[in-house]
Design a protein around this ligand. Sequence first.
Ligand code: PBG
Length: 340
Amino acid sequence: MPRSNDHSFSLRPRRLRRTENIRRVARETRLSTDDLIAPQFVMPGENEHEEVSSMPDTYRYTIDRLVEKAKILDDLGVPAIALFPAIPDDKKTPDAAYALEPDHLYPNAIRALKDAVPGLMVITDTALDPYNSDGHDGIVRDGRIVNDATIDVMCEMAVLHAEAGADIVAPSDMMDGRVGAIRDALDTAGYADVAILSYTAKYSSSYYGPFRDALDSAPKTEEKVQEKEIPDNKDTYQMDPANGEEAVRELMLDLDEGADMAMVKPALPYLDVIHRVKEHSDVPVAAYNVSGEYAMITAASQNGWLDRKECALEALTGIRRAGADVILTYFAEDAARWLS
Ligand code: PBG
């Protein structure tokens, strides 16, 4: 290592920062539209869109409007969308049965997208929370989220999504063993080509608040919670924010069970976890720049406190630098424009 002796001034890192072209040459991390996945919310109805109150400039769309948005994203070169459904309360039940209806909002949206924009990949969400009247990613019995009964439903969901045209299914629930079970179910049903993007290290995070507003999917807080019949948080299945080693253990299990890609979520408070998972992973690593991360930058910029574009691009670059190969981000459409 060089010492700060008499020739220390011959070592000048600033030489490589002198002009934009020299910085381009020295740049270690590239951010490109290739790396971006756009989460989208679909709702029932026709020709309507609603802004998510805690996510300015992010909308829930009816299927027809979603298809228009998908065309725009495809034209911009965004390779994939990750689709989430806003299910009306009267369709939600404790067993999340509506998730398995062959002709409901979600598979219909997948079919419409694949018809209109076949090249744009559709990544589907296999988790029960949009359909579960208890607001959990799993089935609740006696105040507990039951693992294996939940997986049975998710396997059927995954096959339904594959039938409708999903390119990739993404279990976002954190039940143990679901990747292997879904792989078996897909293969048995003849969908060996459908990939699994596992939410490998999904933390029990407070940064999901705006997303739960978007889908009205928060764990229900009424009498049942007070009587301890339903937990009011997801701590028994999503990971403890204090844990990093455990993410590597989750990765090993997911790889063993056949995950094609591994995700860390959220992104910005977990850059070290992204780094660790990337170091141990022989599959592409995704990071989810979640709703709360979007809301922070967007709200501060609306107050004139931060520059939205510069801060978003810096955040996305940082997530890539930490080791993410791809990023799910609500900034995807804007970022694709900024990068073009
Ligand atoms: C639930 C799910 C959540 C998100 C994606 N899928 C929230 C949760 O676990 O409660 C959050 C995404 C975001 O905040 O942008 N299966």
